[in-house]
Design a protein around this ligand. Structure first.
Ligand code: SF4
Length: 194
């Protein structure tokens, strides 16, 4: 009988992130892989205190095979530095690993969370928040509130792409400042949590 479990569920317990990444590269569990160039698995420090979760790979990530490249990645990197977080010491990933979001294909995120075991998870955008929290999330209501979950303390903030889509320079500047403030709060929580 054909194996019905999701490929993420077949990863042996204790497998390193590199093995997860290799297995995810061959994942065909839903049809998103058909229209994508490649799997975009998470990247960053293997035992990062802070994990940032986006929604799905964008077109530039699809081509590069890495999360958070392109303009949104630059906004995020600048905000991380401004918030006192070293971009090399966080773990960056997306809820879904193939380009084009539809609400499925999240099991790989669960494995990354279990492996990296960050103290703090920052959800970038409502889709990421819904994937991590398992319920609908409104950024305006949840922003600034540390949420205790079995995977770590969760913060919800805007996706850098949404900041770039703001209609004018003043709104974009406000968005960047808010992102920095949210990341600084997450950094503080990661540094002080026992
Ligand atoms: S989106 Fe996720 S579940 Fe679907 S094929 Fe890609 S890696 Fe597999």
């Amino acid at each position: 009988m054909a194996e019905r479990r999701h490929p993420a569920e077949r990863v042996p317990p204790g497998a390193p992130l590199a093995e997860m990444r290799d297995r995810a590269a061959d994942c065909r569990a839903c049809d998103l892989w058909e229209h994508a160039t490649q799997t975009v698995f998470g990247a960053g420090a293997a035992h990062a205190l802070v994990m940032l979760v986006g929604e799905q790979p964008g077109d530039q990530e699809d081509l590069a095979g890495k999360p958070f490249v392109g303009p949104a990645g630059r906004v995020l990197e600048e905000a991380l530095v401004a918030a006192g977080l070293d971009p090399a010491r966080v773990y960056l990933t997306n809820a879904v690993k193939h380009f084009k979001w539809i609400p499925r294909g999240r099991p790989w995120l669960g494995l990354e969370l279990a492996k990296v075991r960050p103290r703090v998870i920052v959800c970038l955008g409502t889709t990421a928040a819904r994937a991590v929290l398992g319920r609908p999330a409104v950024i305006g209501k949840l922003r600034g509130q540390p949420l205790a979950t079995e995977n770590g303390t969760v913060f919800v903030t805007s996706h850098p792409s949404a900041i770039l889509r703001a209609p004018d320079a003043a709104s974009r500047e406000r968005g960047r400042a808010q992102l920095v403030a949210d990341l600084a709060q997450a950094a503080k929580a990661a540094a002080t949590k026992a």
